[in-house]
Write a protein that binds this ligand. Structure first.
Ligand code: DX5
Ligand code: ZN
Length: 220
């Protein structure tokens, strides 16, 4: 069994990004979770291509890029160029989601779709077989350090069922408010990959926190 820990660089020290990247390289983390926000789809702006390109220079693990932007199709090849390995778009931001997913795959990246807390998993019924990843938002996207929304568990159970009934290979990732007290229950519900920002980087020993999260995720 594998369980993936994906620390979110949104909570890293942007003035010492290389240090935090090396910490992740040398930790039990599996992916770098990279949050791109445009100030339109979400009420916040994070960072874009030049920063991701700089991260890629030092990162030795998968770049899991989460786009919280409108019209993501305009930038798919740019995200490939700066080093994205997994590219996740929001269901709520894509009018022609099937086309967007095919375009991501055509660039040689893994394709993910993210759902806001109010969006039911049933909207993915006709696309689930094409997806490499579904990212369930367990907070409203836009900011780190928010509280976990409890209805997420039901969505994960429903998604797990949909995936197994459709022969999909999609991984389930959860993002927002993940910490040592809920990661085990999420893991038991079927989550494969866990994003954690504030809980990791607010601790003086982030690498130990990553190990703690991993061991709790594996205790099933
Ligand atoms: C929120 C981002 C998350 C965020 C999670 O919009 O998508 O990835 O960094 O942070 P925490 O773990 O602090 O809730
Ligand atoms: Zn995210």
């Amino acid at each position: 069994m594998f369980k993936i820990i994906a620390p979110s660089l949104l909570s890293a020290d942007f003035a010492n990004l290389q240090k935090d990247i090396e910490m992740i390289n040398n930790s039990e983390a599996d992916w770098f979770h990279i949050d791109v926000m445009d100030g339109v789809f979400v009420p916040n702006i994070s960072f874009g291509m030049p920063v991701i390109k700089a991260i890629k220079k030092h990162a030795k693990k998968t770049l899991d890029v989460h786009l919280m932007i409108v019209e993501p199709d305009r930038y798919i090849s740019d995200f490939k160029k700066v080093g994205a390995d997994i590219l996740t778009v929001h269901y709520e931001a894509c009018t022609h989601l099937h086309r967007t997913i095919q375009a991501i795959k055509a660039e040689g990246m893994k394709a993910g779709v993210s759902l806001n807390p109010h969006t039911p998993v049933s909207v993915l019924e006709h696309i689930i077989a094409d997806l490499d990843l579904v990212l369930i938002m367990s907070v409203n996207p836009g900011f780190g350090g928010q509280s976990f929304i409890e209805t997420t568990y039901t969505k994960i159970t429903q998604l797990k069922k949909m995936i197994s009934e459709s022969n999909s290979k999609a991984l389930i990732e959860v993002d927002g408010g993940v910490f040592d007290k809920n990661i085990n229950q999420l893991s038991r519900a079927g989550v494969d990959a866990f994003v954690a920002g504030n809980f990791v980087f607010s601790n003086e020993n982030p690498s130990a926190v990553i190990s703690l999260l991993k061991s709790k995720a594996l205790e099933i």
